[in-house]
Each structure stands twice: as structure tokens, then as C-alpha cells.
Design a protein around this ligand. Sequence first.
Ligand SMILES: Cc1cc2nc3c(=O)[nH]c(=O)nc-3n(C[C@H](O)[C@H](O)[C@H](O)COP(=O)(O)O)c2cc1C
Length: 91
Amino acid sequence: MAAHTHIGNPQLQRDEAIRSASLAAMTLMLAAQGMGLATCAMSGFDAIALAQEFHLAVTEVPVILVTVGYSTPGNRPQKPRRPMNEVITFA
Ligand SMILES: Cc1cc2nc3c(=O)[nH]c(=O)nc-3n(C[C@H](O)[C@H](O)[C@H](O)COP(=O)(O)O)c2cc1C
């Protein structure tokens, strides 16, 4: 089905790449967290320079960078988040 709808539709292909890469990035971040590591997602980068540096094909879309490492002692705490019950409803 994906082949049928996505072939010849660059916008849909790009949308799908961003969705898939974002899910992969979140999985990486959760796995890293589970291993005691800290991460930071970044979308503010020079996509053209990154594609050149990593020799990406024109069909490969740089979506998100994720830094992974150990927090330094005294690292600033995570900014406050709204409680889960304010943003998710289970039906
Ligand atoms: C999709 C996405 C892209 C982001 N891009 C950047 C970025 O380019 N530069 C940056 O400094 N922070 C960026 N952030 C914010 C940081 O990843 C991080 O969420 C923010 O600093 C809050 O940190 P905290 O979760 O420890 O409170 C981005 C966050 C998300 C979700």
C-alpha cells in the first residue's frame, strides 16, 4: 500500500521520512535514558552541510540530530512539563 501511495509523491515520502525518523529518534532517546544516559534532540542544524559531511544521497532526508552522553553533576534539571492527565485522555 505504501509503495502504491508514496511512489511519485515526494511530499508524502518526505512526510513519512520525518515521521519514521522522529519515532526512531524517540526510541533511541528512551533507550539511552534507560541506560542512564542523557539526550538532546535538535532540529536547528544546517541540513545541506550535514548531508555533504555524511555523503547523503539526495533521497536521504536529515531529520533530527540527537546528542547522547552522560550528564555532568549538577546539570540543570529538566524544565517543568504539564502533568500527563492534562495532555492525554484515555477512552
Ligand atoms: C524536535 C525538537 C527539536 C529541537 N531542536 C533543538 C535545537 O535545534 N536546538 C536546541 O538547543 N534545542 C532544541 N530542542 C530542545 C531540546 O532538545 C530540549 O528539549 C530542550 O532544551 C528542553 O530540555 P529539557 O527537556 O531538559 O527541559 C529541540 C526539541 C525538539 C523536541
